[in-house]
Design a protein. Structure first.
Lengths: 314, 381
């Protein structure tokens, strides 16, 4: 598996060449939403040997033609949106408390650090509980709508599995990570063969491969908000949280903030995916030694030999 | 050494005659902006000339000087970078006084009470997101005639549907007072297209409503509030795929339109989750009822005084903006702690600008992206 930074100046053809892949490729551009089919340039980079899985259009087809499924799908989305907002309130207050604690100059370092560790544990606990609740909502949804028993969805799944079965590798583009993840889950891409094929993914495509998808944007119009857990990813990339365009979207110069982030998501490694970045992942779904990560001090660090097996603990 | 101002170079010219002034005016845009120094000019027969502006805390009638025996009058004002200052010129000829826009300056700022000349100081740039962008897919505007029993008239609203509008999606709703003016003077259609395209603002259905008798309908009118909350919102929610909950409903307006938004939310406090209030005419008095705003402000002042005596939460979130070069800056600043004290989350933004649609246009990204933030956090290209 190879992870790339944003492809505004695409270097995909070179990556494909160095990996010795010549297709056929299955492509996933569901993150581009209604522009999903505007993939001519992508296909060119793959030497023309590409078939787009059209996951977003397939999902739209299901939403248009299966009103019962569509109603349940919209309800689930509304519930998750609501949960996300409430979870963020808790995260926001906890992060504000952490900022206050760090500013306590008169407290002894030891006492202050203990208080900071306690607040960080609260943060991790909020993340954990949120993810559990999101899983419960998904489980209820799938139990209620039973997608595998719906002919329309089953038909799409079979077509997706057939294309994956004939592909030599899969390419997953960036875009809207929630749309990308949702359509990949709905059409069962992992059991259909994604886990057995070489994958090249960038930005949101790389995020979707992780175990936990973390949303972030320190430059948001509402002001910097703490990174937030969104959902389980596909789980093919282990113990890793990826941050596309990290230098643009994160306040990387704020080392205490970055250090808190690494402790929050440990034992997973926080990996910046800036333009030009190329990260290689081994067959077990773990980062290779030498990968640039955000280290415990909040600054960029290189992953040493053996570290990719255990990670760090707070 | 700093280069002399253009007006001083002209003064030093010999002979300084009307031909030299003709050539000078041909070469310069007026006012002449050189760094923070702005030279205002008037040419013509006059006994006295003043620049009149409405900046609080500054002399609002600034005398101009005549240049020698010529027909040219001038004054140099220092304006901080990025400022837009609205002004007019007042001319005295004998006993006759006349006030109007600057005939040498084609730039005007439009507001609900007319237009003024405007001086754009150095560093002011019209935001790029206010111009049509061929990359941004355009939304669609359709007319919706709403027969109002409350207002006893038909109100033809414009409904903005975002590009890629889908019936299967649920959208937040924004209702805009003085809708036709926001569309005509504040470029709101391209602004919405661009901000949605750039992921700054969520896809939303935006309804532009315009007043009949503005001074009556927007000055704390029970009929207007009933029209918005009991006629317009239910009609929209029956015809369009809307979120239909307070967090998905926002009222917006400028000047008296902000008063209409605030007073409507006050009368129906559980309907609207957020308000976007620009240069609100929130005039109040601390003692007595004399406010100097004329009788159209009487119902506004009565409402504001009552509200300040017993503030209450009318929405969860308020975006409030005001220009610092307009008299309403004082009541707007005063209302922020009152709104916050009533338990509302307030984002307050000031600008070096005045009371005009251009000011309100320039604040739209701040306001709309805070009220209905776009999906930036989900998109990683």
């Amino acid at each position: 598996m190879v992870l790339l930074g944003p492809q505004r100046r695409p270097g995909l053809d070179k990556v494909v060449a160095t990996l010795g892949l010549d297709g056929p490729f299955a492509t996933i551009t569901a993150g581009w939403q209604e522009r999903e089919s505007a993939d001519d340039e992508l296909t060119q980079h793959l030497g023309g040997a590409a078939v787009n899985l059209r996951l977003w259009q397939r999902r739209q087809d299901v939403l248009d033609r299966d009103p019962e499924f569509a109603a349940a799908w919209r309800h689930r989305r509304a519930v998750i949106d609501e949960m996300q907002e409430l979870y963020l309130l808790g995260v926001g207050h906890t992060v504000a408390a952490l900022d206050d604690l760090r500013a306590q100059d008169e407290a002894s370092d030891r006492v202050r650090d203990l208080a900071i560790r306690d607040a960080e544990e609260v943060l991790r606990s909020l993340d954990r509980r949120h993810l559990e609740r999101v899983r419960e909502v998904h489980a209820e949804f799938y139990a209620a709508v039973r997608p595998h028993e719906r002919d329309l969805i089953a038909g799409h799944r079979a077509e997706v599995a057939q294309i994956l079965g004939q592909a030599q590798a899969v390419v997953i583009a960036g875009g809207h990570v929630a749309e990308l993840l949702d359509s990949q889950h709905l059409f069962n891409v992992v059991p259909a063969g994604l886990d057995r094929l070489p994958i090249i993914a960038w930005s949101a495509g790389a995020m979707a491969l992780t175990e936990r998808v973390v949303l972030f944007n320190d430059n948001a119009s509402r002001g910097p908000r703490s990174p937030e857990i969104y959902d389980d990813g596909l789980g093919l990339l282990r113990e890793t949280v990826v941050f596309p365009s990290a230098h643009q979207r994160l306040h990387m110069h704020d080392l205490p903030r970055m250090a808190t982030m690494t402790r929050r998501f440990a034992p997973a490694w926080c990996v910046p995916l800036d333009p030009g970045t190329r990260v290689t992942v081994d067959a077990g779904g773990r980062l290779e030694a030498g990968t640039t990560v955000i280290g415990p001090a909040g600054s960029a660090a290189s992953l040493g030999h053996g570290e990719n097996q255990g990670g760090i603990n707070g | 050494m700093a280069r002399q101002l253009a007006i001083h170079r002209l003064r030093a010219r010999k002979p300084l005659d009307e031909n030299a002034i003709d050539r000078f005016l041909e070469r310069h845009d007026v006012p002449i902006v050189e760094g923070e120094k702005c030279t205002f000019l008037f040419r013509g027969a006059a006994d006295e000339v003043w620049v009149r502006h409405r900046i609080v805390g500054q002399p609002q009638q600034v005398p101009m000087r005549r240049m020698g025996d010529t027909s040219l009058w001038y004054v140099i004002l220092e304006l901080p970078a990025g400022s837009r200052v609205e002004y007019q010129l007042e001319v005295r000829r004998g006993e006759h006084y006349e006030q109007g826009n600057d005939p040498l300056n084609p730039r005007v700022a439009n507001s609900p009470v007319g237009s003024s000349s405007v001086c754009q100081a150095s560093g002011y740039v019209e935001p790029d997101w206010s111009f049509p962008d061929p990359e941004a897919r355009p939304g669609e505007i359709i007319d919706l005639a709403v027969q109002s029993r409350a207002l006893r008239r038909e109100n033809v609203c414009r409904v903005y549907l975002p590009a890629r509008f889908r019936d299967t999606h649920s959208y937040p709703l924004l209702i805009v007072h003085d809708g036709d003016d926001y569309l005509g003077y504040a470029s709101m259609k391209p602004v919405l297209d661009n901000l949605i395209h750039r992921l700054d603002v969520a896809e939303a259905i935006v309804v532009f409503t315009s007043p009949g008798d503005r001074n009556r309908e927007y000055a704390n009118s029970a009929q207007h509030a009933r029209f918005v909350a009991k006629e317009l919102v239910p009609r929209l929610e029956s015809e369009f795929p809307l979120l239909s909950k307070p967090s998905g409903r926002c009222l917006m307006g400028a000047s008296f339109g902000a008063v209409a938004s605030l007073t409507t939310a006050y009368r129906y406090p559980d309907v609207f989750g957020s308000l976007l209030l620009q240069s609100g005419s929130f005039v109040f008095t601390d003692i007595g009822n004399e406010h100097g705003g004329g009788e159209v402000f009487d119902p506004v002042v009565r409402f504001m005084n009552r509200y300040r005596a017993a503030p209450r939460k009318v929405a969860d979130r308020l975006f409030v903006s005001c220009g610092i070069y307009e008299p309403l800056i004082v009541p707007n600043r005063s209302m922020i702690p009152v709104f916050e004290g009533a338990g509302m989350q307030v984002r307050y933004v000031e600008a070096r600008d005045g009371h005009s649609w251009e000011d309100w246009r320039d604040r739209l990204r701040d306001g709309l992206s805070w009220i209905y933030p776009g999906p930036q956090k989900y998109v990683y290209e």
